[in-house]
Design a protein around this ligand. Structure first.
Ligand code: Z5A
Length: 206
């Protein structure tokens, strides 16, 4: 376990995590904290190279198990090179996606057995978990419509609606299993309302 504040943001496509990152950082900076923003897969030079492989829509032959292993390879590097050193320096670390995404996408979405994911989690993280996780939850149709308006679809964005429905229900299941760590944000509301929900959810840490 760790002493620092490690906040992760989760949710389906277009849920508004990236839109909220700067707002969350500002909340902590205003409260006098040093903040590090990062993301998964990625966050390190090696991790960003792995991210390119994972998101490249030309990689149609990528096996689900390869995808899962690459997620954890990037995570291993990210934890040792970036996340743990920042927490040791008392920085607040805000990470756009983490291991819950592996359970939701590779588990719920792709159908990989949860136990296999748990084995990798135990091996790579040795009990290290986020302090608090904001789950940006919204209707899959709304999320996909928001995401469609952006640039070209990546490898995940090419999945069908049922894939994202499984991802969403897997996230909600995890949140109900761990109600203390997870804070659910109703991401279908206006950005202003989402900010208010975030502020309330993180109040005790500010
Ligand atoms: N992945 C995985 O499979 N396994 C893992 O272990 C990990 C990740 C760690 C990359 O993630 C992919 O990796 C991801 C899962 C997989 N693929 N998918 N899907 P990513 O986080 O980099 O990419 P993303 O999920 O595609 O991010 P996103 O679609 O950008 O979602 P977002 O950050 O939550 O949304 P946003 O960019 O903030 O907002 C999207 C649009 O909606 C934008 O135009 C906003 O202006 C608009 N928006 C946002 N909030 C609102 C509200 N409240 N009202 C109206 N409009 C809004």
């Amino acid at each position: 376990m760790h002493e620092g504040l490690f906040i992760t943001l989760e949710g389906i496509e277009g849920a508004g995590k990236s839109s909220s990152l700067n707002y969350i950082s500002e909340l902590f900076i205003c409260a006098g904290h040093e903040v590090l923003q990062t993301r998964e897969p990625g966050g390190t030079d090696t991790g960003e190279q792995i991210r390119k492989i994972l998101l490249d829509s030309d990689n149609i032959k990528l096996e689900s198990s390869t995808e899962l292993l690459l997620m954890f390879a990037a995570r291993s590097q990210h934890l040792e090179e970036i996340v743990k050193p920042a927490l040791e320096k008392d920085q607040v670390v805000i990470c756009d996606r983490f291991t819950d995404a592996s359970y939701a996408y590779q588990g719920g979405g792709r159908g990989i057995e949860e136990l296999r994911i748990k084995t990798l989690e135990d091996w790579v993280q040795l009990g290290f978990t986020p302090t608090v996780t904001l789950l940006f939850d919204l209707d899959v149709d709304v999320g996909l419509r928001r995401a469609e308006k952006r640039s070209q679809a990546d490898r995940f964005e090419q999945e069908d609606i049922m894939f994202f429905k499984r991802v969403r229900s897997s996230y909600l299941q995890r949140a109900s299993n761990e109600p203390i760590r997870f804070r659910i944000i109703n991401a279908g509301n206006s950005l202003e309302d989402v900010k208010q929900q975030i502020h309330k959810a993180l109040q005790e840490y500010l």
